[in-house]
Design a protein around this ligand. Structure first.
Ligand code: PEP
Ligand code: MG
Length: 570
């Protein structure tokens, strides 16, 4: 029995057995072979098991995600059957008298190095395929189990050091009841995805993977940020009760699903949702979302081996717009980089990826990637209420440049006889302090702002959003942040524009009264936060909060702000 404190990342309570999603230790001692024939047999066996596994994963992926996503596994299977790769391994065992592990690793590395340096993109991708399958075969040779999240077929809680966004995308909602990770914060993308998948999650526990063993009984309390390992019978009963209470609470919230959002004193705001895929729209509508305030298009580019085509993107955007009807949908152009990597783009590793070559910086330099996305968006605009938003804007020139490319593509499409809406608002994410400070200048040119506090806080406080060691500095209610947010809202209003927020702060019950008082127009959050937020806002007086705005903005510390807001809203 052990209780571990982490960061509450996605609400709800989950109870199930642990499933370790840790990469196995693949180190081994390079010994000489006692019996080379036996080593060749071991290699054959490991290759065979790996093939069987990959066939299963391929079938599963085909069923769940479609042919295209399954293609990568066909490529992996081809690698495992390629005599040009396998025969040299066997030759090496016989001629150099080495164990199967050594032969596998050395021959694979030789091919990986060769392919990695080739001009041809297709060949470079083969290097990644060989790398992936070699790990699987090596794990089998070493008797280690290789985790396959897509193949989970019983109810589990996934324990992992970290989950990449593409790991998270593979989790099957039917069986993965919750997850807990060692690292990460509330705004790491695995946490954000857990909320859109509505899976209870706790992140940043530091040691859940070393404390929790495979098949241990686990409780994930995503409301309080606790993980219980092998709980007592009393704890289990108490948590089952909490699970029921939470379900009842959700029923209460659901009564407000079709209602607009008004404060106690009759001021209306918009509650929108953040989504990552067209499938998430269902959750938005089920949770009473009045729009999509942020569609993170990165996920269209992930979990595959190449860029999505213009038509694929058009289909995704059209689906979202049509499902949302006349409700607004803010689509953000590609925000790759930071913790969102795309292997096939082969971007150099950077020392500070969050400060590096990402988002609009990458897109402006790679128009071959940017233009197809803009074209797909423009073409989709006739199917709903589309707004386009550029991420990571640091200077007005960047916005002007991005908008000019957008207008250029609009012109091209019209010349091609394609229809484009004439009412697309074009706005920016405000997530870099330079932009928040000079919001007044931006407000003259953009149609709207959406404040990205996940990044704005990390850049303002110089505290990495992924690093739990500096999470004490990641303070959403710090007066520095509130002043920047206020500056953005005032700048927007002075030019007759609207200001929203799509960072996680927008759905935070402590921040909501502050933001209402500062005059935020649109709050965009995880779909599951919408109904609790609507419930809360109905009990708040916007006038009272607004009349205390100056006091809030001149406070000295986060603690003072939190105390003050508590008093004001009691
Ligand atoms: C943000 O930075 O607040 C934001 C919404 O973008 P992301 O979390 O995708 O970086
Ligand atoms: Mg951001």
């Amino acid at each position: 029995m052990k209780n571990i404190q982490g960061i509450a990342a996605s609400s709800g309570i989950a109870i199930a057995k642990a499933y370790h999603l840790a990469s196995p230790d693949l180190s081994f001692e390079k010994k000489s072979a006692d019996n080379p024939n036996e080593e060749i047999e071991r290699l054959d066996k490991a290759l065979e098991i790996s093939k069987q596994e990959l066939e299963k994963i391929k079938e599963h992926t085909k069923k769940e995600l479609g042919d295209e996503h399954a293609e990568i596994f066909s490529a992996h299977l081809l690698v495992l059957s390629d005599p040009e790769l396998i025969n040299p391994m066997k030759d090496k065992i016989s001629s150099d008298n080495v164990i199967a592990e050594t032969a596998l690793e050395e021959v694979a590395n030789m091919f990986i190095d060769m392919f990695k340096n080739m001009e041809n993109e297709y060949m470079r991708e083969r290097a990644a395929d060989i790398q992936d399958v070699t790990k699987r075969v090596l794990a089998h040779l070493l008797g280690a189990s290789f985790p396959d999240p897509a193949l989970i077929d019983e109810e589990v809680i996934v324990l992992a050091n970290d989950l990449t966004p593409s790991d998270t995308a593979q989790l099957n909602r039917q069986f993965v009841k919750g997850f807990a990770t060692d690292i990460g914060g509330r705004t790491s993308h695995s946490a954000i995805m857990a909320r859109s998948l509505e899976i209870p999650a706790v992140v940043g526990t530091k040691d859940v993977t070393s404390e929790g063993k495979q098949n241990d009984m686990i409780i994930v309390d995503g409301n309080e940020g606790f993980v219980l390992i092998n709980p007592s019978d009393e704890e289990l009963t108490a948590y089952r009760q909490k699970q029921e209470e939470f379900a009842k609470q959700k029923e209460e919230w659901a009564k407000l699903k079709e209602e607009p959002t008004f404060s106690e004193d009759g001021e209306q705001v918009e509650l929108a949702a953040n989504i990552g895929t067209p499938d998430d729209v269902e959750g938005v509508l089920n949770n009473g979302g009045e729009g999509v305030g942020l569609y993170r298009t990165e996920f269209l580019y992930m979990g595959k081996n190449e860029l999505p085509t213009e038509d694929e993107q058009y289909d995704a955007y059209k689906t979202v717009l049509e499902k949302m009807g006349d409700k607004p949908v803010v689509v953000r152009t590609l925000d790759v980089g930071g913790d969102k990597e795309l292997n096939y783009l082969d971007l150099p590793k950077e020392l500070n990826p969050f400060l590096g070559f990402r988002a609009i910086r990458f897109c402006l330099e790679n128009e071959n990637v940017f233009r197809p996305q803009l074209r797909a968006l423009l073409r989709s605009s006739v199917h709903g209420n589309l707004k386009i938003m550029f991420p990571m804007i640091a200077t007005l020139e960047e916005f002007r440049q991005a908008k000019a490319i957008l207008l250029d593509e609009k012109e091209n499409l019209k010349n091609e006889g394609k229809e484009v809406s004439e009412h697309i608002e074009v706005g920016i994410m405000v997530e870099i302090p330079s932009t928040a400070v000079t919001a007044k200048q931006f407000a003259k040119e953009v149609d709207f702002f959406s404040i990205g506090t996940n990044d704005l806080i990390q850049y303002t406080m110089a505290a990495d959003r992924m690093n739990e060691q500096v999470s004490y500095l990641y303070q959403p209610y710090h007066p520095a942040i509130l002043n920047l947010v206020n500056n953005v809202i005032e700048a927007a209003h002075s030019e007759g524009k609207w200001a929203g927020m799509c960072g996680e702060m927008a759905g935070d019950p402590i921040a909501i009264p502050i933001l209402l008082g500062l005059g935020l127009d649109e709050f965009s959050m995880s779909a599951t936060s919408i109904l609790p937020a609507r419930t809360q806002i109905r009990e708040l007086s916007k006038k009272k909060l607004a009349s205390n705005k100056d006091k809030m903005l001149t406070m000295s510390t986060t603690e003072e702000v939190v105390e003050f807001v508590k008093e004001l809203t009691e």
